[in-house]
Design a protein around this ligand. Structure first.
Ligand code: BGC
Length: 481
C-alpha cells in the first residue's frame, strides 16, 4: 500500500499480541473530508430561488400594476407572460453557450441579468418598459433552469446526485413561498416595485458567489483540461482514487464523441434520450401544476372558501406544503430511486385531481360551500405534495442525467424550452378551459393526462439511481437498454 492509499483507506491492518491481524480505524481517513459541494450546490440553487420568486411574485402584484398603468386584461396577460417568453428564449440561448463557454460562466451571467432585470422592473416608468424588463428577467430564469441542474449534476458523486439536484427544486419552492409572503406584505399601491426590486439582492449574491466557484469537471474534460478537472473533483470531496477513476471514465466518454452539434441530438443514443427528456419536461407541465401555482387564490375563491383574504392564506399553506414535500425527495431519491417516487407521486396526483374535480361537481350544483371549500383546499394540498416529491424535482434530476456530455447543454436546453413553452400554453389556456369545460372538467382532463404520463414513465423512463453519468450515457447504445 502506498502512502496516499493508506491515507484514503478507511481501515488499516495492525498486528495483535497473538500475531493475528485485526482491522482498526485509520484516523486520517475518518476525519471528515472538507468538500466544497454544499457551497457549490447552494450557489447554483440560488438560481432556483429566483426562478420561483420571479414567476410567483406576479400573481399578487398584477392587480396593483393594472391600476397604476390602467391595463386591460390582454395587457395584464402580456405583463404576466413576458417572464415565461423570456425564459423560453433564455433556455434556447443557453444550449450552445453552456457547451462552449461552460456552465459556471453562464450562471454568473444569469446573476448579472437578474440584477439588471429586477432593478429595471422596479423602476419601470411605463408598461412597455416593464414588459421588456420582465422579459430580460425571464432570460435569466431560462438560463438558470437549463444550467443550474446540469452544473450540480456534473459536480456531484453518483450516490448523492439525485438529492443534490433536488435541492435546486427546493430552492424553487422556497422562492414561490417567499413571493407569496412578500406579495402579502407589500399589498398596497406601489408595493410591487419593492417586490420586484428585492430580487436584485439574490441575483447579486449569485453573481458574486458563482464567480468564486469552480467550473464543472465534465465540461473541463470536454475542453481537455484534465489537471483542472482533477483538482475540482478533489475540491468537491473525491479521494485521489475516486478522482482518477471518474476522470478516466469521463475521458473515455468524451473521446468517443466528436465536438457536439445540434445534428448530434438526432444521432442514435442521443435521440432516445432526447425523447425521454422532452416527454418528461412536457409531462411536468401538462399535468397542471402551474394552474395551481398561478391561480390558487382564484380556485379557492371559486370553491367559495371564505373571503379573498382566506384564499390568499390558503395559498400560503399550499406553497408551504410544496416546500415540505420536496424534502421527501431530497431524502429518498438516492435510496428508493427515481421511478418508485415518480410512480407514487403521479398516483397521488391522479387521485387528488379526480377528487378535486368531483368536489367542484358538487360546488357547481350550488351545494353547501363550507365543507366543500375545505375539501378543495385539502385536495389541492395532496396534489401539490404528490407533485413536490416526484415530478417537481425528478424531472430536473433525470433531464440533467440522461444526455451525453458533449451535447448535454444543447439537449437540456431543448427539453427546458419545451418545459417553458408548455408552461406558457397551460397558463394561458387554463381560464378558457374553465369557461369551456368547467373547473371540474379541467381537473379531470389533467387527471387523464396524468394517467397517460404515468403509463409513459413506467414504460420508457430508465432508473438512473446510483449510476455515473458515463454509465447512463453508455446504456442508451448498449443492447440491454
Ligand atoms: C416547475 C415549475 C413549477 C414549480 C412548482 C418546477 O419544477 O418547473 O413550472 O412552478 O416546479 O414548484
Amino acid at each position: 500500500m502506498s502512502y496516499p492509499d493508506l491515507i484514503d483507506a478507511p481501515w488499516v491492518r495492525c498486528s495483535t499480541p497473538g500475531g493475528r491481524y485485526a482491522a482498526r480505524m485509520n484516523p486520517a481517513a475518518t476525519q471528515p473530508r472538507k468538500s466544497l459541494l454544499p457551497v457549490v450546490t447552494a450557489f447554483a440553487a440560488l438560481g432556483g430561488f429566483l426562478f420561483g420568486y420571479d414567476t410567483g411574485v406576479i400573481s399578487g402584484a398584477i392587480g396593483f400594476i393594472a391600476d397604476e398603468f390602467d391595463l386591460n386584461s390582454f395587457e395584464q396577460g402580456v405583463v404576466t407572460s413576458s417572464v415565461l417568453a423570456g425564459a423560453f428564449f433564455g433556455a434556447g440561448l443557453s444550449g450552445v453557450t453552456a457547451d462552449t463557454y461552460g456552465r459556471r460562466r453562464l450562471l454568473i451571467f444569469a446573476g448579472a441579468i437578474y440584477v439588471v432585470g429586477a432593478t429595471a422592473a422596479a423602476l419601470s416608468p411605463g408598461v412597455e418598459f416593464l414588459v421588456a424588463s420582465r422579459f430580460v428577467l425571464g432570460l435569466g430564469i431560462g438560463i438558470t433552469s437549463t444550467v443550474a441542474p446540469l452544473y450540480i449534476a456534473e459536480m456531484a458523486p453518483a450516490s448523492r446526485r439525485g438529492g443534490l439536484v433536488a435541492t435546486y427544486q427546493l430552492a424553487i419552492t422556497i422562492g414561490i413561498l417567499v413571493a407569496d409572503l412578500v406579495d402579502e406584505a407589500l399589498s398596497h399601491p406601489g408595493g410591487w416595485r419593492w417586490a420586484f426590486g428585492l430580487a436584485a439582492i439574490p441575483g447579486a449574491v449569485q453573481f458574486i458567489g458563482m464567480s468564486r466557484m469552480p467550473a464543472s469537471p465534465r465540461w473541463l474534460i470536454g475542453q481537455h483540461r484534465e489537471a483542472d478537472a482533477t483538482a475540482v473533483m478533489k475540491k468537491v470531496g473525491a479521494s485521489d482514487d475516486e478522482a482518477h477513476t471518474e476522470i478516466a471514465a469521463m475521458q473515455g466518454a468524451v473521446a468517443e464523441e466528436r465536438a457536439g452539434s445540434w445534428a448530434d441530438l438526432l444521432s442514435p443514443g442521443v435521440k432516445a434520450a432526447l425523447g425521454v427528456g422532452v416527454m418528461l419536461a412536457l409531462i411536468q407541465q401538462i399535468t397542471g401544476i402551474n394552474t395551481v401555482i398561478y391561480y390558487a387564490p382564484d380556485i379557492f375563491e371559486d370553491a367559495r372558501f371564505g373571503s379573498a383574504q382566506n384564499a390568499i392564506w390558503a395559498t400560503v399553506v399550499v406553497s408551504t406544503v410544496n416546500v415540505l414535500a420536496t424534502l421527501i425527495a431530497i431524502r429518498y431519491l438516492d435510496r428508493w430511486g427515481r421511478i418508485p417516487l415518480l410512480t407514487a407521486g403521479l398516483s397521488g396526483m391522479i387521485a387528488s385531481l379526480f377528487a378535486l374535480g368531483g368536489t367542484f361537481v358538487f360546488l357547481d350544483k350550488g351545494e353547501d360551500s363550507g365543507a366543500l371549500g375545505i375539501l378543495a383546499v385539502f385536495f389541492v394540498c395532496t396534489y401539490i405534495a404528490s407533485f413536490a416529491f416526484s415530478l417537481g424535482p425528478i424531472v430536473w434530476v433525470i433531464v440533467s442525467e440522461i444526455f451525453p456530455t458533449k451535447v448535454r447543454g444543447r439537449a437540456i436546453s431543448v427539453a427546458t424550452m419545451v418545459n417553458w413553452g408548455a408552461n406558457f400554453v397551460v397558463g394561458l389556456t387554463f381560464l378558457t378551459l374553465v369557461d369551456e369545460v368547467h373547473t371540474w372538467g379541467t381537473f379531470w382532463l389533467f387527471g387523464l393526462l396524468s394517467v397517460g404520463s404515468l403509463w409513459y414513465i413506467r414504460a420508457r423512463v430508465p432508473e438512473t439511481k446510483g449510476r455515473t453519468l458515463e454509465e447512463i450515457e453508455a446504456s442508451w447504445t448498449s443492447p440491454s437498454s
